[in-house]
Design a protein around this ligand. Structure first.
Ligand SMILES: *[C@@H]1O[C@H](CO)[C@@H](O)[C@H](O)[C@H]1NC(C)=O
Ligand SMILES: *[C@@H]1O[C@H](CO)[C@@H](O)[C@H](O)[C@H]1NC(C)=O
Length: 314
């Protein structure tokens, strides 16, 4: 369900030469670079990188960095990064240094599959000789931290526990709407430990019981980063593509564009579920994703994003 696919008549050597030519001498042929890279899968881009090294004795990504600037550079370098290394670097950058980018922690840890989270944890240890859980726990606190740590275990129960649907819905109702104050721990335990399919049943039971959608109660009963994380977990349990459609929409809505978020989603979903994201986007909002990107961005950056989007939806 991606928009970016492997090229059929692929020759890494030919591509490496084309990129070298696009960067050689004065000036850079940005159009040639973006058109070539978007028409290759990430695996093929790694083969081009290796061929480039063999042919010219230089690192392709270093050369791209020295020829390109700004958001366009960030986008192209992101496309050149293998998906797992990309996620690991996103999380590392979110916690390293002063301050924490909670938005990135929420997005990555709420949306990736259990296997992806396990791979991220392993790759993080190899790359930085550090334990991701400890690093994230050192940078966060309270129930936000507790839920992140549960998500890092990637140990959700499997399937639907029929006998627990009503029990879980009751527990959530008692912990929030029925209580003076909120028992956040119950939210964290249930939303962090149950499978997506089980949670969807719980949300239906909750709606019947409370008369509110789960999201409404979370917005009323919690706040700050915990609220954002609980909402992301609920939305991803309902539909990961719908979650990303909303993320892209709010990255562009209003004055200014959150380019970091836009780049993250467009790159990381381009070979996964971009077509589904587009469909959800069109269903939820008054315009297509394509037309919103077209109106909100510019230049080679826009051209690349539109190619990743892969088409308009009437
Ligand atoms: C790729 O193209 C080069 C010439 O640019 C050619 O020498 C080589 O045989 C090609 N490789 C494949 C696998 O077709
Ligand atoms: C679920 O989450 C809690 C933390 O809130 C944890 O203590 C518990 O062991 C987890 N597992 C299950 C199956 O509930």
């Amino acid at each position: 369900m991606g928009t970016v696919k492997a090229s059929l008549n692929f020759n890494a050597t030919t591509d490496a030469e084309a990129l070298y030519k696009a960067m050689k001498g004065l000036g850079t042929d940005e159009a040639a670079i973006l058109q070539l890279l978007v028409a290759r899968s990430n695996v093929q881009r790694q083969q081009i990188k290796a061929a480039y090294k063999t042919l010219f004795g230089k690192d392709l990504v270093d050369d791209l960095k020295s020829e390109l600037t700004g958001k366009f550079e960030t986008l192209i370098v992101s496309l050149m990064t293998p998906p797992l290394a990309y996620d690991v670097a996103l999380l590392r950058n979110a916690i390293k240094g002063a301050g924490t980018n909670e938005k990135v922690l929420v997005e990555v840890l709420a949306s990736r599959t259990p296997q992806q989270v396990k791979d991220i944890v392993t790759a993080y240890r190899q790359e930085y000789d550090a334990v991701l859980e400890e690093d994230i726990a050192g940078d966060t606190s309270g129930h936000f931290k507790r839920l992140l740590v549960i998500l890092l275990q990637a140990n959700r129960q499997k399937g639907i526990q029929q006998e627990n649907i009503e029990v879980d819905a009751q527990a959530l109702f008692k912990a929030g709407e029925q209580k003076f104050g909120t028992d956040e721990q119950s939210f964290v335990t249930i939303l962090g430990n149950r499978s997506a399919e089980h949670l969807r049943k719980v949300f239906d039971a909750y709606m019947k019981l409370a008369g509110f959608e789960m999201e409404e109660s979370i917005k009323r009963e919690t706040s700050g980063s915990l609220k954002d994380l609980l909402l992301a977990v609920v939305k991803c349990a309902r539909s990961v593509p719908a979650y990303f459609a909303e993320t892209v929409y709010y990255a562009m809505k209003g004055a200014g564009t959150d380019d970091d978020t836009l780049i993250r989603v467009m790159v990381s979903r381009s070979e996964v579920d971009m077509l589904d994201i587009r469909t959800e986007f069109r269903r939820m909002f008054a315009c297509s994703m394509f037309s919103m990107i077209k109106g909100d961005t510019g230049g080679d950056y826009r051209k690349t994003l539109l190619l990743l989007c892969g088409g308009d939806d009437a």
